[in-house]
Write a protein that binds this ligand. Structure first.
Ligand SMILES: NC(=O)c1ccc[n+]([C@@H]2O[C@H](COP(=O)([O-])OP(=O)(O)OC[C@H]3O[C@@H](n4cnc5c(N)ncnc54)[C@H](O)[C@@H]3O)[C@@H](O)[C@H]2O)c1
Ligand SMILES: O=C(O)C(=O)C[C@@H](O)[C@H](O)[C@H](O)COP(=O)(O)O
Length: 585
C-alpha cells in the first residue's frame, strides 16, 4: 500500500472513523490488517486477545484452562468495555477475537462505531490458521494424528464457527470486505477506500441525475482500463455509425450487426447507414429472448463471422434486448479472442443494465449465464425511440432492474417511481422514463468503473439475483428476467429483515416500489419448492466453498456483499415471498 500518495486531508477525514473495530473469523487477517490500517491512520493497533493476555498475565489457552470459556469471555467483555468506553479508551484500530461478537453486551458496545467485517470463507480461514495451535476454540475433542485428518477437523470446526457467527458479524458490521483472495495490504486499501466514501446515512442524499446537453443527449462515462461512453437520447442512428468508426479497429475488418428477429427493419436501416459510411456490413439474425443465449445460436453467429471473414479490426454491433447483447457481446469476446462490440440496446432492461458493464455470456444445461466473459463495449447507444415498439410487459420487466438500482444506490429512483402515474413509467416518451434510464446507467457505470471483473464491489449489482436466477431456471425461463429480479429483491429484503439488518419500513419500500411498477413481489406457491430453488442457488457465481453468498442491504442504499445467510433464514424468506400467493401477472 502506498502511503506517499495519501494526502493529509484524506487521513484526517478517515481518522473520524476511529476507534475502528475489525471483526471476523480466526484467520481472517484482522491483526495484520489492523496494523496496516493503524500505520495509515497514524494511530495504534490493539489486539483484543493480546490486551486480555496482558491484563491476565496468562496466555489465552491458560485462561481457558483455568477459567473456562466463560471466564475468558468475561475478561474479553471487560477489556472491550475499557477500550471503547472506559478509562483506557483508545482511538486506535482494534481487532477483536473471532468469538467476541457472541455476547449481546459486546455487540451493544459496538453499536455506533465503525465496525469492519473481514469476511473469509471457512476454507480460507482454515487454511490460514493451520492446526489452530494457540487458539483454544479451534481444538477439536481429540487431536487427530494424520495431517489430512487434522486439516479436515480444522475445516469442519471453522465451518461450525462460521455457521454460529456469520450473522452476528453481519449484524455488527457497518462495512464488509471480502478478504479471501486479497493480500493484507489490498484488504487495508479496500477498507480505506470504502471508508473514504461519504458515511452512509439512513436516508442518503440522492446523486444528481446525469445532465443532458442542449440536444437532450445524456452521456455517462464508464471508467476502468477500457473507458467508454453510454449515450442516451432519441433518434441516435448516426451515433451508432460514429461509435463504430471510433471503435478500436474502426470496423475496417467488417461490421456484423447481430440482431433479434423482431428488429429486422431497424437492422436493415442500420446496415444501410453503415454501408453508406463506407463499411463492409453483414447482418446475423438471432431469435428474440432467452432462446438466443445458447451454444447452438452462438455457433451460428461464429459461423457467420467466419463466412464474412471478420478480421481482428472488425466490429460487432449488438442490436436488441439483453439476451441479444449478452450473446453478441460474448461472440465478440470470443471471435479471434476479442473484437470490438458496440452495444445498441433496444429494451429498457438492456439500456439500464445488460448493455453496460461488459458482462457477456450464454446459458447452458449447467445454469444461467454460467459461461461468459467480461468484454467491455467500445460504446453503448441507448435510443429511447426504439422503446416505442416494445410491449408493456417487457418495458415493465426492465423497471425491475431500475428499482434494484434505486435500492442499492440511488433512492431518488424510488421517489420518482412512487410519485409517477403508472402509465408514465411505461411511456417511452415521458421525461420520467428518460431520467430513470440515465440514473440507472449512472449507478451501473459507477460500480463497474471500479470493479469490472466482480472481484468485490460489483457484486452489489447482483442484488436480488441469487433468487431471481433460480426462479428463471426452475420455471424454464417463462419469467422475464426483470420480473424474477423483482421477486428476488423482495426475497433479499426478507433475508435482511430477518437478520436484523433492515427495518420493516424498508422491507415495505421494496414491495411498494415494485408494485408501483406493476411488478410481481411474490412467487406462486408450489411452483418451486425451497429445496429446488436452493439447489439452483448453489450454482450461483457468488457461491464460495459451496456456501450461498448474497448481497443484502444494511439500510437504503447501503449494500453489503458476501453475506452467508443461515439456511433457516433462507427458508423463512422463501416462505415469505411465496405466502401471499400473488401469481405472476
Ligand atoms: N450482461 C448483463 O449485465 C445483464 C444484465 C441484466 C440482464 N441481462 C440479461 O438480459 C436478458 C433479458 O433482457 P431483456 O429483458 O432485454 O429481454 P430480451 O432480450 O429477452 O428481449 C425481450 C423481447 O423483446 C424483443 N425486443 C427487443 N427489443 C425490442 C423492441 N425495441 N421492440 C420490440 N421488441 C423488442 C426481443 O426480441 C425479445 O423477444 C436476460 O438474459 C438477462 O440475463 C444481462
Ligand atoms: O452487471 C452485473 O454485474 C450484474 O450482476 C447485473 C445483473 O443485473 C445482471 O442480471 C447480470 O447478467 C447478472 O450476472 P450474473 O453474473 O449473475 O450472471
Amino acid at each position: 500500500m502506498s502511503t506517499t500518495d495519501r494526502t493529509t486531508g484524506r487521513t484526517t477525514a478517515l481518522r473520524e472513523h476511529l476507534p475502528l473495530v475489525l471483526v471476523g473469523l480466526p484467520g481472517a487477517g484482522k491483526t495484520t490488517v489492523a496494523r496496516l490500517l493503524a500505520r495509515e491512520l497514524r494511530t495504534v493497533s490493539v489486539d483484543l486477545d493480546a490486551e486480555i493476555r496482558r491484563r491476565a498475565r496468562m496466555s489465552v489457552p491458560a485462561i481457558f484452562e483455568a477459567e473456562g470459556e466463560e471466564g475468558f469471555r468475561d475478561r474479553e467483555t471487560s477489556a472491550l468495555r475499557s477500550l471503547l468506553t472506559g478509562a483506557a479508551t483508545t482511538a486506535g484500530v482494534i481487532s477483536l477475537g473471532g468469538g467476541a461478537v457472541l455476547r449481546p453486551a459486546n455487540r451493544d458496545m459496538l453499536a455506533g462505531h465503525t465496525v469492519v467485517h473481514l469476511s473469509v470463507t471457512p476454507a480460507t480461514a482454515a487454511a490460514r490458521v493451520g492446526d489452530g495451535c494457540g487458539r483454544p476454540l479451534m481444538a477439536g475433542p481429540q487431536a487427530p494424528a494424520p495431517q489430512d485428518a487434522g486439516d479436515l477437523a480444522v475445516r469442519s470446526r471453522m465451518e461450525q464457527l462460521a455457521a454460529e457467527r456469520s450473522d452476528l458479524y453481519a449484524q455488527v458490521a457497518t462495512l464488509t470486505v471480502v478478504a479471501d483472495d486479497l493480500t493484507p495490504e489490498a484488504v487495508a486499501e479496500e477498507v480505506l477506500r470504502r471508508l473514504e466514501r461519504p458515511a452512509p446515512a439512513r436516508e442518503p442524499a440522492a446523486p444528481p441525475a446525469p445532465a443532458a446537453d442542449p440536444d437532450g443527449l445524456v452521456t455517462v462515462s464508464v471508467g476502468g482500463a477500457r473507458p467508454y461512453d453510454v449515450v442516451i437520447g432519441r433518434g441516435l442512428e448516426s451515433c451508432v455509425t460514429e461509435a463504430v468508426a471510433a471503435a478500436p479497429g474502426h470496423g475496417a475488418g467488417g461490421v456484423a450487426i447481430v440482431h433479434a428477429d423482431a428488429l429486422d427493419e431497424r437492422a436493415r436501416a442500420l446496415e444501410a447507414a453503415l454501408t453508406a459510411a463506407g463499411a463492409r456490413v453483414t447482418r446475423v439474425t438471432v431469435p428474440g429472448g432467452e432462446a438466443a443465449k445458447c451454444t447452438a445460436v452462438l455457433d451460428r453467429v461464429w459461423r457467420a463471422l467466419g463466412a464474412f471473414r471478420m478480421g481482428r479490426d472488425g466490429c460487432v454491433v449488438a442490436l436488441g434486448g439483453g439476451a441479444t447483447t449478452d450473446l453478441a457481446g460474448f461472440a465478440a469476446a470470443t471471435w479471434l479472442r476479442g473484437v470490438s462490440v458496440v452495444q445498441v440496446p433496444t429494451t429498457l432492461l438492456a439500456m439500464v443494465d445488460a448493455a453496460v458493464g461488459g458482462k457477456t455470456g450464454i446459458d447452458t444445461a449447467a445454469g444461467k449465464n454460467l459461461v461468459g466473459a467480461f468484454h467491455p463495449p467500445a460504446a453503448v447507444v441507448c435510443d429511447l425511440e426504439t422503446l416505442s415498439t416494445l410491449g408493456d410487459e417487457d418495458l415493465r420487466a426492465g423497471l425491475g432492474e431500475v428499482v434494484k438500482c434505486g435500492l442499492i444506490a440511488d433512492p431518488a429512483i424510488l421517489d420518482l417511481m412512487l410519485a409517477s402515474p403508472p402509465a408514465d413509467l411505461l411511456s417511452p416518451h415521458c421525461a420520467v422514463l428518460a431520467e430513470l434510464v440515465a440514473r440507472s446507467v449512472a449507478v451501473k457505470a459507477d460500480v463497474v468503473s471500479e470493479d469490472l471483473t466482480e472481484a468485490g464491489s460489483r457484486e452489489i449489482l447482483n442484488y436480488g439475483h441469487t433468487y431471481a436466477h433460480a426462479i428463471e431456471t426452475v420455471t424454464g425461463y417463462v419469467w422475464r428476467h426483470g420480473e424474477a429480479v423483482a421477486v428476488g429483491c423482495v426475497f433479499a429484503a426478507e433475508v435482511a429483515h430477518r437478520s436484523g439488518r433492515i427495518d420493516a419500513d424498508l422491507l415495505l419500500t421494496h414491495r411498494r416500489a415494485l408494485a408501483a411498477a406493476g411488478l410481481p413481489v411474490s412467487f406462486p406457491e408450489g411452483v418451486g419448492r425451497y429445496e429446488e430453488l436452493a439447489e439452483v442457488m448453489l450454482s450461483d457465481k457468488k457461491v464460495r466453498s459451496g456456501r450461498i453468498r448474497m448481497v443484502l442491504l444494511n439500510g437504503l442504499a447501503q449494500p453489503v456483499w458476501g453475506v452467508e445467510p443461515r439456511e433457516a433464514v433462507l427458508r423463512e424468506a422463501h416462505a415469505a415471498v411465496t405466502s401471499d400467493g400473488t401469481p405472476k401477472p
